[in-house]
Design a protein around this ligand. Sequence first.
Ligand SMILES: *[C@@H]1O[C@H](CO)[C@@H](O)[C@H](O)[C@H]1NC(C)=O
Ligand SMILES: *[C@@H]1O[C@H](CO)[C@@H](O)[C@H](O)[C@H]1NC(C)=O
Ligand SMILES: *[C@@H]1O[C@H](CO)[C@@H](O)[C@H](O)[C@H]1NC(C)=O
Ligand SMILES: *[C@@H]1O[C@H](CO)[C@@H](O)[C@H](O)[C@H]1NC(C)=O
Ligand SMILES: *[C@@H]1O[C@H](CO)[C@@H](O)[C@H](O)[C@H]1NC(C)=O
Ligand SMILES: *[C@@H]1O[C@H](CO)[C@@H](O)[C@H](O)[C@H]1NC(C)=O
Ligand SMILES: *[C@@H]1O[C@H](CO)[C@@H](O)[C@H](O)[C@H]1NC(C)=O
Ligand SMILES: *[C@@H]1O[C@H](CO)[C@@H](O)[C@H](O)[C@H]1NC(C)=O
Ligand SMILES: *[C@@H]1O[C@H](CO)[C@@H](O)[C@H](O)[C@H]1NC(C)=O
Ligand SMILES: *[C@@H]1O[C@H](CO)[C@@H](O)[C@H](O)[C@H]1NC(C)=O
Ligand SMILES: *[C@@H]1O[C@H](CO)[C@@H](O)[C@H](O)[C@H]1NC(C)=O
Length: 694
Amino acid sequence: MKIISQTIVTLCATLLLLGLTYASSFYPARPPAIPLAVKSPYLNAVQRAGCGNGGYLAGQGQTLGWNGMIRVDNTIYTWMGDPIGAGTHTVTQKHFWYSSTKSVFSMDIGGKVEMTITFLSPITPGDQKRQSLVFSYLEVTVESQDGNPHDVQLYADISAEWVAGDHSSVAQWDFNTTNDGISYHRVYRQTQLLFSETNDQADWGHWFWATKKVDGVTFQSGADKAVHGAFQRNGKLANTKDTHFRPINKDFPVFGFSIDLGSITSPVSTLFALGLTQEQAILFDGQTGNVPLNSLWKSYFPSETDALSFFYTDFTTANATATALDYKINNDSRIAGGHDYVIITSLSARQAFGATQLVGNLTNQYLFIKELSSDGNIQTVDVIYPFFPILLYLEPSMVKLMLDPLFENQESGQFPQNYSMHDLGYHWPNATGHTDGQDEWQPLEECGNMIIMTLAYAQRTNDITYLTMHYKILNQWAQYLIEEALYPAYQMSTDDFAGWLSNQTNLALKGIIGIEAMASIANLTGNAADGARFANIAHSYISNWQVLGIAADAKPPHTTLSYGVNDTHGILYNLYSDRLLNLSLVPQSIYKMQSAFYQIIEQKYGIPLDTRHNYTKSDWEMWAAAISSESTRNMLIQDLAKWINETPTNTACTDLYDTRNGDYATEGRDNHFVARPVVGGHFALLALQGEPYV
Ligand SMILES: *[C@@H]1O[C@H](CO)[C@@H](O)[C@H](O)[C@H]1NC(C)=O
Ligand SMILES: *[C@@H]1O[C@H](CO)[C@@H](O)[C@H](O)[C@H]1NC(C)=O
Ligand SMILES: *[C@@H]1O[C@H](CO)[C@@H](O)[C@H](O)[C@H]1NC(C)=O
Ligand SMILES: *[C@@H]1O[C@H](CO)[C@@H](O)[C@H](O)[C@H]1NC(C)=O
Ligand SMILES: *[C@@H]1O[C@H](CO)[C@@H](O)[C@H](O)[C@H]1NC(C)=O
Ligand SMILES: *[C@@H]1O[C@H](CO)[C@@H](O)[C@H](O)[C@H]1NC(C)=O
Ligand SMILES: *[C@@H]1O[C@H](CO)[C@@H](O)[C@H](O)[C@H]1NC(C)=O
Ligand SMILES: *[C@@H]1O[C@H](CO)[C@@H](O)[C@H](O)[C@H]1NC(C)=O
Ligand SMILES: *[C@@H]1O[C@H](CO)[C@@H](O)[C@H](O)[C@H]1NC(C)=O
Ligand SMILES: *[C@@H]1O[C@H](CO)[C@@H](O)[C@H](O)[C@H]1NC(C)=O
Ligand SMILES: *[C@@H]1O[C@H](CO)[C@@H](O)[C@H](O)[C@H]1NC(C)=O
């Protein structure tokens, strides 16, 4: 079973790989990893470019079995994965393309038959019923290529590796068919460990691998050798269940379907669904102490098999909805930043939403978000902040669902500090807060982020009540900014990997913009006196900041990384929120100055985050692009699109890479950022409204 995974799960399909490296064309780009089933933190499977060529990174994710074979006129071919004993017949990948919701492969089989393999992970931000389902589609279409009829049998399976991160744990499984005719394998960790995970894989919940029970469908569970062998010998499976429940890695149990398509000439499609059901998804320390929260799908469906049936039979709608979203993102991106921007946004959409999960009930929902790969924190404020442009663009009402748990925890007195907390818990799915006040200390960062995100949400939805409801704590955080923002103490910003520093120019700017945002919040909620006071302070601070934070005599002038150190610089990404919130606090001259400066620090794949390292953050580059002149914007977008096409990294987009060679950032680091939701920030251009400033 040679399949490789990453974040959570990566699939390395050897033959897809052959096509990938040698024969295939790609559109709109050749991504570092291809999203396959990317829907939530625990359903997050990608195919790594170049895996099988030694691309596996120890400690970075899990290996999963997901195999596909096809028999054409009695000859067996592999189209996905690396099934046991598959022989030497390979399909040739001709083409691969991706959109925001789909990854589509075209395969040629000996000039006889053509396969189109579509991985569709729906994104439906305005439709919570569908967004709440942790399921993904795989559609396989087969047609004759030479005009002659061909005898075709199709095979696909999953292994038990999907059900737990510790592959010595015991799996259990069953097989059944729903009343509306969906056959499914259900596989799960025999001993369920609620709210526990290993190597980013859940230790609880049930996995479903399903297809429609049509004529010619057979199934089998059993050792990979036995099940693969049955298909290879007979072109069908035995309709038998292996009931010897055992460790995932003992005679690797797999769960197969085979479909006898008979003699085909015109296209025939087979649809599979893969997903995870967890009744309870999050442990949350809200108003009333730690309570388990249900997955939101529970509110729409009486049982997990009802959810499965709905998802499976919904494919026509899901496909049409997905196509509409693909077009929307494609069209809007093309207008905002050209074809290169389409490359970036359409690769980022599934990754961004794939770190989220809806929980709660019909009257009270939350959107939780996992800081995948960097440390697993839940509801990290400075991860939500770079992520949130995609929500502002697609569905601003969802910002509230993401902020609510943070407000609820802190307003009920569960966090004993005067500043905003950094995250709601050390590890997903435990949003159990920090009642001891010992969170990761980024006080200025998070106070500014919370005020800015809350105002952005209210501006886009006109939900002024929300501002009133949270005025007290927002005001408290604004006080913190007033005390701390102009001369930031020795601390970290969100770029904690880059180190601690005093007087950070960009961090101070966020704090000052946060104070001005609070002025706007005060004005909107009828607190005019507060509004005038905050506005006065913000304007006075921004004047000071322009003296403290700018290397005015430098050629060309630019903001510094920290006050007075004139030979330093950094991406001034916090300026974006001045424009996002339409505050006009910062003079246009600063936008122009930075925009011009970025041109002269360009490396092959972008501009460095700051003078401490050669690496950059792709999310902050796009924040900067959104408020830059047209030529600088195009430069930044072109460089990131080029990076996607050329990077030697082979995991779901890292947001931290070396601008010189496109590789993972290594300076001072021993781990990689992978599959993080911050790529939602790639939508920064699309989250802006109105005319550009520069
Ligand atoms: C199989 O599913 C049917 C409903 O489709 C149900 O009545 C039956 O109890 C299930 N069998 C098992 C063994 O779970
Ligand atoms: C979450 O908390 C529970 C105890 O309440 C614990 O068993 C579990 O291991 C924790 N999960 C993680 C991922 O830390
Ligand atoms: C899915 O959508 C695509 C694009 O609109 C369309 O070509 C295809 O026929 C659709 N498939 C199904 C099964 O509806
Ligand atoms: C996107 O553009 C295509 C082709 O130009 C057009 O047919 C489609 O209606 C547009 N879709 C959206 C959602 O804007
Ligand atoms: C919905 O969830 C909220 C908070 O988690 C809870 O107070 C409320 O009772 C729930 N409502 C229903 C109908 O279960
Ligand atoms: C929070 O602020 C109040 C009022 O300024 C102060 O009395 C209190 O000591 C502060 N709490 C902490 C934990 O710093
Ligand atoms: C921050 O900058 C101010 C103004 O330049 C300076 O007086 C102060 O010492 C700096 N703080 C630190 C900790 O370096
Ligand atoms: C808030 O209102 C005050 C006047 O009361 C005004 O000076 C200030 O500019 C306003 N600020 C914002 C951000 O709306
Ligand atoms: C940095 O530049 C500012 C203005 O451009 C100047 O006032 C200051 O003296 C410079 N600082 C150093 C250490 O050169
Ligand atoms: C950036 O890379 C160059 C070599 O390409 C190296 O000389 C320089 O020290 C690096 N800069 C930093 C800040 O690490
Ligand atoms: C931004 O604010 C200006 C006034 O400062 C106003 O004229 C303009 O309409 C606002 N734009 C948006 C998109 O709200």
